[in-house]
Design a protein around this ligand. Structure first.
Ligand code: SF4
Length: 433
């Protein structure tokens, strides 16, 4: 199994692997191993670069098939959901193409038997102490630049009881950190229960024995369910961490992006977050070069980054995506080099902010979960760091620290995107938030 793209794709792969594994097949994930009887490629079709990587991966395995190293090649996921006909014409040597909701069909096509009672179970591919929990599929938003609603369809919440069952299954496998993901996390429940139910879901998930940390990704700024903030402040298990892509802050650009929120609301929301949840770490994603972003609008965005001092930040350049509202109604007139310059200017500013924020942590103590050993260091994360995308804490220690262990660390040194520290007390299960 080869998974490309985002953590939501990874969860889909883990569900498929679970079905195949429980049907008696030997399964491996993203392995260097060659010589598989069957390869399933879970593709990404979000933006240009991701689509290219998916096509290259398919072609690589078709060549391996021609060399007799691979038996069959199956393709699933967002790229084949979006471009099935084109792919069938251009790369006919793929044995079969599937969309994003074809789990049972893929299992049957591989010759295994699909089993309903495995719903909510997964074959974990992440390090065993953390896992993603996808609380919904699809999206009802209308962002100008985004193809996801076309690929993944309307917003569909997973019923709470099914998510609680999945969380308990994962906890039973040794998972201690649950990372909640969706296209739009804050929309959870509106379709299924007629109201936002993220807070109620969180309350139930915090009852899962063994789960120590619950982390929230992909919140949406408009209509944020503020009852979640109270839970975040008062419940030990919910990380004071929020990933909320603002994309932009200038009103004319937000309007063009069809984001449904304003500059004033963005500033106010962040101030409310920080007032309600002291010590909250905020991650955001911004987009530069969207149609309508002149020098003035870009300066507003730069000022937003300077004033709001996000703990974690990623930037993307606008790329016109086929059949999106933006492609149909807006002109992509900003030169690529201007987009690149703007992205670099924001990342330079953010690197300085990140270093200052990290330096403020020197001498302070933090609860850290150990992820792995790397050279002389044990590498871990604080509650302000999500796996694979955020900062890490590098710890020197004589005795071994197993992945998934929680320790208390005093920070001794800071760099732009990493912290260094020493063990403060012996590994503890106590939860000092
Ligand atoms: S919220 Fe907007 S950017 Fe995010 S998946 Fe939905 S349409 Fe795309």
């Amino acid at each position: 199994m080869v998974t490309l793209g985002c953590s939501k794709n990874l969860v889909d792969s883990e569900k498929l692997l679970c079905q195949l594994h429980r049907s008696g097949l030997r399964v491996v994930h993203n392995s260097e191993e060659t010589g598989a009887d069957i390869v399933v490629i879970n593709t990404c079709g979000f933006i240009g670069d991701a689509k290219e990587e998916s096509v290259d991966t398919i072609l690589n395995f078709i060549q391996a098939k021609e060399r007799g190293e691979v038996g069959q090649v199956f393709v699933m996921g967002c790229l084949s959901e979006r471009y099935k006909t084109e792919l069938q014409n251009e790369i006919p040597d793929v044995d079969k193409y599937f969309g994003v909701n074809d789990l049972a069909k893929i299992v049957e096509s591989i010759g295994a038997s699909y089993s309903e009672h495995l719903i909510g179970e997964r074959f974990l591919t992440t390090p065993s102490h953390y896992a993603y929990l996808k609380v919904s599929e699809g999206c009802d938003r209308k962002c100008s630049f985004c193809a996801i609603p076309m690929i993944r369809g309307k917003h569909l919440s997973v019923p709470e009881e099914q998510l609680v069952h999945e969380a308990e299954f994962l906890a039973g496998k040794g998972v201690k950190e649950l990372i909640l993901i969706a296209q739009d996390l804050t929309y959870y429940g509106l379709d299924l229960y007629g109201k936002r139910r993220l807070a109620s879901l969180l309350e139930k998930l915090t009852d899962s024995k063994g789960i120590e940390w619950i982390r929230l990704h992909y919140a949406y700024p408009a209509g944020f369910p503020e009852e979640v903030l109270v839970l975040m402040r008062e419940n030990e298990k919910i990380c004071r961490y929020l990933d909320i892509p603002f994309q932009h802050v200038s009103d004319p650009v937000l309007k063009n992006m069809r984001r449904g929120n304003t500059r004033r609301q963005s500033y106010e929301l962040i101030r409310k977050f920080r007032a309600e949840v002291p010590g909250l770490a905020l991650r955001t994603t911004l987009m530069v070069g969207h149609p309508g972003e002149g020098e003035k609008e870009f300066r507003e965005l730069l000022d937003f980054v300077r004033q709001m001092r996000f703990d974690r930040l990623g930037v993307f350049c606008y790329s016109e995506e086929e059949n999106t509202w933006g492609a149909k109604h807006l002109q992509d007139t900003i030169a690529e080099d201007v987009k690149q310059e703007r992205m670099e200017e924001i990342m330079d500013l953010q690197a300085g902010i990140s270093l200052e924020l990290n330096r403020d942590k020197i001498g302070k103590q933090y609860r850290v979960v150990i992820d792995r050993k790397e050279g002389a260091y044990f590498v871990g994360r604080t509650e302000a760091d999500s796996p694979e995308v955020d900062n890490e804490v590098l710890i020197t220690n004589d005795s071994d620290l197993a992945p998934g262990t929680f320790v208390h660390v005093r920070i001794t040194k800071a760099e732009e995107f990493d912290l260094f520290g020493e063990l403060e007390v012996t590994p503890s299960t106590g939860n000092t938030k």
